[in-house]
Design a protein. Structure first.
Length: 608
């Protein structure tokens, strides 16, 4: 075993009801053997003084206390059934103690359920009490956590896509009914396999003992441990049965089981700017959290400061410069931003509507190559810091700043009394560099969030997209509509947008990304009141031009390319259907021409 192995602790080995289950008179539920007491299934991974938990069960608080868990660095979700996520709220204790925002990794199906079950975490509204502070990361490849590589294993749980995980020469497969053939190559050469084995009698969503043993025979791990164990399987008697059947290397897992796993230190290119790169993207709830993590590593920051609403071309210029300078110096490329936006607290009556959500902002920080972000809760108390106090207490003491990059109109401190000249003066005093990045000019106008809000509100999404460097997008939950489209015209998905600003009423050429997919689909989107049907409320509804035959999606992202026309009232459904057909044809022509133009542009570009 290497000097720095990964330690596995089985936090729970029971079923969705746990063992003993309430009111059950069976021998196992009334057993005096402590290994017959099984909390809901969960696993703790520990290495380098850090902890990652797989699933936050309803017993998570008890499990964390029992193992004396002092910190938490990430959560992996296999899926989002109640017995795997209903302890999620308890992670806020670690948010508060560590002053950090925790990354949560899972698939989009799990995140749909998580957002609904814990709506108050994700609704973006100001909070009067603590809630879990997290960022959600969709798992689509190997993860870099605990200084090693964790590989997701796609599994089937009834009709649900779920995940198992491999770390070094061990794998954890809980709650599944089928392993897809494509996943078996990911499970070769195991020393330890933890596998779902509910009971002897068949279950539509779980493995029986016989089925689990068949998989063990195929994979041939050195050792195997059962988990998600029902009260039909007494610990001692079942282990004895396994030994007598020739499976001396297979045992029932139990709460508190620990063993070490040989893992390799991850080695990935420094240019990989994502949460699977060499340095995971980290989000902190305060400068103190940043300080607590990076100061022991003797690292300083290259810092961008601002609201970064929309992450437009001007923001991107600053952020990419931050990433490049940090890569050269070995410092931490960091954005310091605020939630809610300062004007929302100080002068809410004049605060502008926001173009993007905090989740979108964090995704773009990661995309442009930052290593960390500090999302500081903005309060009236914070606004009272003088410019000098802001720099000395936050930038110098907490964020250990080596360089600060800001725009020319940057102001800071109480009543925005500080400007770039004062920042440069304080930089000379405290030995950090201040770089004032000139604005990006497009067609004679400075690119700014204010200009983009204006263009979106006017419906000029094409121009807004040029200033953003990508199409303006609305995200949110799919909600039930009045069913008018299905009955009278074309089927639509109705969006409840998370953004505060919407494009002007009208019909738009768009592309829509369905939850769980990686490629967006051509679509036509209407924003308005549906005047032909005497509508009385504003709706955002999108019609997919190449919708899958059967699908269900709970979240979508609509990307706006061009406004087709104004919304208007038609004489009846037939006239409206004729116009919709024209809209669809126009959308197809637009994307066909766009594709031809891109093909021509690629061919016309000399090879390098």
């Amino acid at each position: 075993m290497p000097a720095n192995p990964l330690k596995l602790t089985m936090l729970g080995s029971g079923t969705s009801m746990g063992v003993p289950s309430l009111g059950c008179p069976c021998p196992v539920c009334n057993s005096s053997d402590p290994q017959d007491n099984r909390l809901r299934p969960s696993l703790l991974l520990s290495r380098n003084g850090q902890n990652v938990v797989i699933d936050t069960t309803p017993d998570f608080r008890q499990q964390a206390l029992r193992t004396r868990m002092q910190r938490l660095d990430a959560v992996l979700l296999t899926h989002a059934h109640a017995d795997h996520i209903f302890g999620f709220d308890d992670i806020r204790s670690f948010n508060l103690r560590q002053n950090t925002i925790l990354p949560v990794y899972g698939n989009k199906e799990a995140f749909q359920v998580l957002r609904n079950a814990y709506y108050y975490v994700f609704d973006g509204k100001p909070k009067v009490s603590s809630v879990p502070m997290v960022t959600l990361h969709n798992v689509n490849g190997p993860l870099h956590l605990l200084g090693t590589t964790i590989t997701p294993i796609p599994l089937i749980h009834g009709d649900l896509n779920v995940l198992g995980f491999r770390f070094g020469r061990a794998a954890y497969l809980t709650d599944f009914s089928e392993i897809p053939e494509a996943s078996f190559p990911l499970l070769q050469d195991l020393d330890d396999l933890i596998i779902d084995a509910l009971r002897d009698t068949p279950h539509p969503m779980h493995q029986t003992v016989e089925q689990a043993l068949a998989i063990i025979d195929r994979l041939k791990p050195r050792r195997a441990w059962f988990t998600h164990i029902a009260h039909e399987l007494p610990h001692a008697a079942t282990n004895k049965r396994l030994r007598s059947s020739g499976y001396s290397h297979v045992q029932l897992g139990y709460d508190g089981l620990q063993f070490d796993v040989e893992v390799e230190d991850a080695s990935v290119p420094a240019s990989a700017h994502s949460h699977i790169g060499r340095r995971a993207f980290r989000v902190f709830a305060s400068p103190q959290g940043w300080h607590g993590h990076y100061t022991p590593l003797n690292r300083r920051s290259v810092l961008a400061i601002g609201n970064f609403d929309g992450i437009h071309l001007g923001h991107q210029e600053i952020l990419r410069d931050v990433a490049a300078r940090a890569e050269t110096s070995g410092d931490v490329a960091t954005a310091l931003t605020f939630e809610p936006a300062p004007l929302k607290v100080l002068r809410p009556e004049v605060a502008p509507k926001r173009l993007s959500t905090n989740e979108q902002r964090l995704e773009w920080f990661q995309f442009v190559g930052l290593e960390s972000a500090v999302v500081q809760n903005f309060t009236r108390e914070l606004s009272l810091l003088s410019p000098r106090e802001f720099v000395e207490n936050i930038l110098v003491t907490q964020l250990r700043v080596r360089a600060v990059l800001v725009g020319g109109n940057f102001h800071f401190g109480h009543k925005q009394a500080g400007d770039t000249a004062l920042l440069q003066e304080l930089g000379r005093l405290h030995d950090f560099e201040v770089i004032v990045v000139p604005p990006v000019i497009y067609r004679g106008e400075i690119v700014s969030s204010t200009v983009i809000r204006r263009e979106v509100a006017l419906g000029d999404v094409t121009h807004a997209g040029r200033l953003l460097g990508r199409p303006f997008a609305l995200t949110g939950e799919v909600v039930s509509g009045a069913g008018i489209g299905h009955r009278f015209t074309v089927p639509t998905l109705n969006l409840e947008p998370e953004q505060e600003i919407l494009p002007a009423n009208g019909v738009y050429i768009t592309r829509t990304l369905l939850d769980g997919e990686t490629k967006s689909r051509r679509s036509v989107t209407n924003i308005g009141m549906r005047p032909t049907f005497n509508g009385s409320s504003l709706t955002v509804e999108t019609h997919l031009l190449d919708a899958p035959k059967e699908f269900e999606t709970k979240r979508i992202e609509i990307r706006f390319w061009k406004k087709l026309r104004e919304e208007k009232k038609f004489s009846g459904t037939e006239e409206l259907k004729t116009q919709i057909a024209r809209d669809i044809a126009g959308t197809h022509r637009f994307f066909s021409r766009l594709r031809k133009f891109r093909t021509y542009s690629r061919r016309a570009t000399p090879a390098t």
